[in-house]
Design a protein around this ligand. Structure first.
Ligand SMILES: Cc1ncc(COP(=O)(O)O)c(CN[C@@](C)(CC(=O)O)C(=O)O)c1O
Length: 402
């Protein structure tokens, strides 16, 4: 009897499993709108020119391959925190932000979950928006937190259920942890307005809720890094202590390099030092220290004024291409095909994804009959669309909803 005979076959990942099914499909018309990875106008992965330039600089420097410190590459962690919080951020200027390089955004969320499970002195329940990124629940559950939900998406308006959100946050136990998508909500593409963020901040203050921001798309949502960081910076200005998970997978195209940052605002440099020491005690037995190459790329870009400017125009270019796909898809569905239903949300939503409103049976039929792949909940990665496949996609949707 094999040692592993009792191991059951687990289900494929709801997001990464779509790519597996796509790869197995041999039809030349196939379209992958599953995983949220940027594709250019020719449907190809995009390595940012600023990233290639940074790599030339790194190669020329003949840098060694020594271990990084447990908290990662200092040049990167300082500059990544500055990108998020802003150069004029008080906690940043006062040296009281604890920053740790992470294995991309997922790793930052996991360090955060583990730190909160061990050191958060109040209710160890984290409230996620409903729906949220599929991996949030297992990340926080495996970290040892209890996972609950707050209303976020309104199916009827295909928009924000703001009344439900406010009611659920007001009814959450005092000092609960609340996960907030800083921008480009995944999977809905629906973000609160600045005014709504201000109300959410007030409720968090009333209830003593602890905000944990997930900022996986800074710059990629609106094309402007400051605008995409509005919610985080507003909360910090309002005096909240926050936790933040950052990813450089999408906005720098460093998917497979696994570049991210976990940070916490503290009350003083002395408290930051104590927090740093405990984050290191969590990371050391988890993976000891993070990968060096991606952090050097991101640190080189963020540390060079001209590469930073070039990168900002490249990330804006990605955001703008996605926005142009939203407009084109809306026009094709409505003006050209007269597709039944309401499609304004395709344009009003922001970031990588659009929540089409297609049902699981409809998404299944699209995969099987039209070779169009998306997650079962009807989320599509707008980046997978381009001039060569957008009409075919719209025709598939038109057929699926009739
Ligand atoms: C909201 C959110 N947070 C964190 C991450 C983590 O990304 P990282 O670990 O690669 O930095 C993702 C990536 N979500 C993708 C783009 C990919 C994925 O599911 O892993 C998605 O398709 O939803 C995300 O959408």
């Amino acid at each position: 009897l094999s040692t592993w005979s009792a191991v059951p076959a687990g289900p494929p990942d709801p997001i990464l499993g779509v790519t597996e099914a796509f790869k197995a499909d041999k039809d030349p018309r196939k379209i992958n709108l599953g995983v949220g990875a940027y594709r250019d106008e020719n449907g190809k992965p995009y390595v940012l020119p600023s990233v290639l330039k940074a790599e030339e600089i790194i190669t020329a420097s003949k840098a060694d391959k020594e271990y990084l410190p447990i908290t990662g590459l200092a040049d990167f962690t300082k500059l990544a925190a500055k990108l998020a919080y802003g150069a004029d951020s008080a906690p940043l200027q006062e040296g009281r932000i604890s920053s740790t390089q992470s294995i991309s955004g997922t790793g930052a969320l996991r360090i955060g979950g583990a730190f909160l499970a061990r050191h958060y002195p109040h209710s160890k329940t984290i409230f996620l928006p409903v729906p949220s990124w599929g991996n949030h629940t297992p990340v926080f559950r495996d970290s040892g937190l209890e996972v609950k939900g707050y209303r976020y998406f309104d199916k009827k308006t295909v928009g924000l259920d703001f009344a439900g959100l406010k009611e659920d946050l007001r009814n959450a136990p005092e000092k609960s942890i609340v996960l907030l998508h800083a921008c480009a909500h995944n999977p809905t593409g629906v973000d609160p307005t600045p005014e709504q963020w201000a109300e959410i901040s007030d409720i968090c203050k009333e209830r003593g809720l602890f905000p944990f921001f997930d900022m996986a798309y800074q710059g990629f949502a609106s094309g402007n890094t400051a605008r995409d960081a509005f919610a985080l910076r507003h909360f910090v200005k309002e005096g909240h202590q926050v936790a933040l998970a950052q990813s450089f997978a999408k906005n720098m195209g460093l998917y497979g390099e696994r570049v991210g940052l976990f940070s916490l605002t503290t009350s003083s440099p002395e408290e930051k030092a104590r927090v740093d020491s405990q984050v290191k005690i969590i990371v050391r037995p988890m993976y000891s220290n993070p990968p060096i190459h991606g952090a050097r790329i991101a640190g080189t870009i963020l540390g060079s004024p001209e590469l930073y400017t070039q990168w900002e125009s490249e990330v804006a270019g990605m955001a703008n291409r996605i926005i142009s796909m939203r407009d084109k898809l809306y026009d094709t569905l409505t003006h050209d095909l007269k597709t039944p239903g309401e499609w304004r949300h395709i344009k009003s939503q922001i970031g990588m994804f659009s929540f089409t409103g297609l049902t699981p049976p409809q998404t299944k039929a699209l995969a099987e009959k039209a070779h169009i792949y998306m997650t079962g909940d009807g989320r599509i990665s707008m980046a997978g669309l381009n001039g060569g496949n957008i009409v075919y996609f719209a025709e598939g949707v038109n057929a699926a909803v009739r």
